[in-house]
Design a protein around this ligand. Structure first.
Ligand code: GAR
Length: 193
């Protein structure tokens, strides 16, 4: 049960891919006592199939491909201010935000990563986990700081790896857990009694 704070935090979600975590957070935000309200989505990928979903659901979104990172970050910061955004959820966002951008939203940017951090930071997580013959992997929601996948951990979920698992099957299993974990993390940091 989500405890009520009365006011939902105005939230922006940043995506690059399919946006399944974003869709899941949008769905979660619609629960009466959810602690967030999705006011903006930023996609770094104009071809993301999440764009159709955003249009259909009338969610305000902007595309920034980060070809000129500094310029794009300045424009994004402007939109965040205009939209009075209080929280940023990175959800499959594959660009690295600059230190100065992160500083401006210090303590207000979260990320979900498909591994049990601090293990397997960065890209190709599932491939590396399988190659290393790990018995477990999982997912982590953490605060974002200027070091890649290194901010304070909010919550994690362990996932067992079977002998038959490959990067694809593992990714699918972990993604399912991510969809449960991100809302839990938000409740953990935002819901008060
Ligand atoms: C998710 O597994 C997320 O944890 C991962 O990308 C996937 C995005 O899926 N993020 C990272 O690897 C960030 N370094 P989605 O677009 O369907 O939410």
């Amino acid at each position: 049960m989500v405890k009520s704070t009365g006011i939902k935090k105005r939230t922006a979600i940043f995506i690059s891919g399919n946006g399944s975590n974003m869709k899941n957070l949008v769905k979660f935000s619609k629960i009466k006592n959810a602690p967030i309200k999705v006011d903006l989505v930023i996609s770094s990928n104009k071809k993301s199939n999440a764009i159709q979903y955003l249009k259909k659901n009338k969610i305000y979104f902007k595309i920034f491909e980060f070809k000129q990172k500094n310029k794009d970050e300045i424009k994004i910061f402007d939109i965040l201010k205009k939209k009075k955004i209080q929280l940023i959820c990175l959800a499959g966002f594959m660009k690295i935000l600059s230190g100065s951008f992160i500083k401006k939203f210090s303590g207000k940017i979260l990320n979900i990563h498909p591994s049990l951090l601090p293990k397997y930071k960065g890209l190709n997580t599932h491939e590396r986990v399988i190659l290393d013959k790990e018995k477990y992997s999982g997912c982590t929601v953490h605060f974002v700081n200027s070091k890649l996948d290194s901010g304070e951990i909010i919550i994690q979920k362990k996932v067992k790896i079977n002998k038959k698992d490959n990067p694809k099957s593992l990714s699918k299993k972990i993604l399912k857990q991510e969809h449960l974990l991100y809302p839990k993390a938000l409740i953990k940091i935002l819901s008060k009694t």
